[in-house]
Design a protein around this ligand. Structure first.
Ligand code: APR
Length: 232
């Protein structure tokens, strides 16, 4: 491996699978019994706010019953010990990376433990249920919704992510199917700027061919092994 200083890590649902959180594109094509377009679009929220709020209430409540696994803990160790730049970008809305101790972390698709005011844009830490029409503590409008980036909405912090990718010497993608853009395109951006690229996934992702190296297996095994390799 050449001289590596700046690392960008992208994680997806696969890293939390062994903690007991369902991935999105499992064999049945349903996410916890729902089609994503019924619970994960602005149209779904407008059509049936009770269903969408309830769906995310259940996902939020389920966080109490899961724990970070060795892959989350290995990335937290990388964060604590890596002397160069590091950005962990997760598509996951669970809080397992931060509960493992990761700090240089960005939730590009939002967070279950956050509420978003559709009127003023305030993002408010949230635990427990979030019924429709809950008033915003900042502006008072009854427009709080789950702080989840729905299909058709802009992910968070894209400028910061693009800047980190442009400086990356190494881009590592963990537990994501590569089916959803813009995250699926990060490997191409990183390559364009000269980074080495590595995929750690159970199965080859849709963009597997873009990676310089692809290692197949469970994240709980592959990620700690890779972190052991990369830490001095
Ligand atoms: N270890 C490593 N990889 C795993 C494991 C595991 N134990 N279990 C599953 N995987 C892999 C699967 O092989 C698959 O490639 O994780 C990937 C999960 O893919 P998806 O379910 O599509 O999840 P993700 O890529 O995170 O989805 C992206 O889609 O619906 C949206 O916004 C949602 O953030 C999500 C985005």
């Amino acid at each position: 491996m050449r001289d590596i200083r700046n690392i960008v890590v992208l994680t997806g649902a696969g890293i939390s699978a062994e903690s007991g959180i369902a991935t999105f594109r499992g064999p049945g094509g349903l996410w916890e019994g729902h089609r994503v377009e019924d619970v994960c679009t602005p149209q779904a929220l407008a059509r049936d706010p009770d269903l969408v709020h309830r769906f995310y209430d259940l996902r939020r409540a389920a966080l109490a019953g899961v724990e970070p696994n060795p892959a989350h803990r290995a990335l937290a160790r990388l964060d604590a010990e890596w002397p160069g730049k590091l950005l962990i970008v997760t598509q996951n809305v669970d809080d397992l990376h931060e509960r493992a101790g990761a700090r240089r972390l960005l939730h590009m698709h939002g967070e279950l433990r956050s509420a978003l005011c559709a009127a003023c844009g305030a993002r408010i830490k949230w635990s427990g249920d979030l019924p429709p029409d809950t008033p915003c503590a900042d502006c008072g409008a009854a427009t709080l919704r789950p702080d989840i980036v729905f299909f058709g909405e802009m992910p968070y912090a894209m400028e910061r992510i693009e800047a980190a990718l442009a400086q990356a010497d190494l881009f590592v993608s963990i537990g994501t199917s590569g089916a959803v853009y813009p995250a699926a395109g990060f490997v191409q951006t990183a390559r364009y700027h000269g980074a080495e690229t590595l995929e750690l996934n159970l199965d080859p992702s849709e963009g597997s061919g873009w990676f310089g190296q692809s290692r197949l297996g469970p994240a709980s095994v592959l990620v700690p092994a890779w972190v052991d390799e990369v830490l001095p």
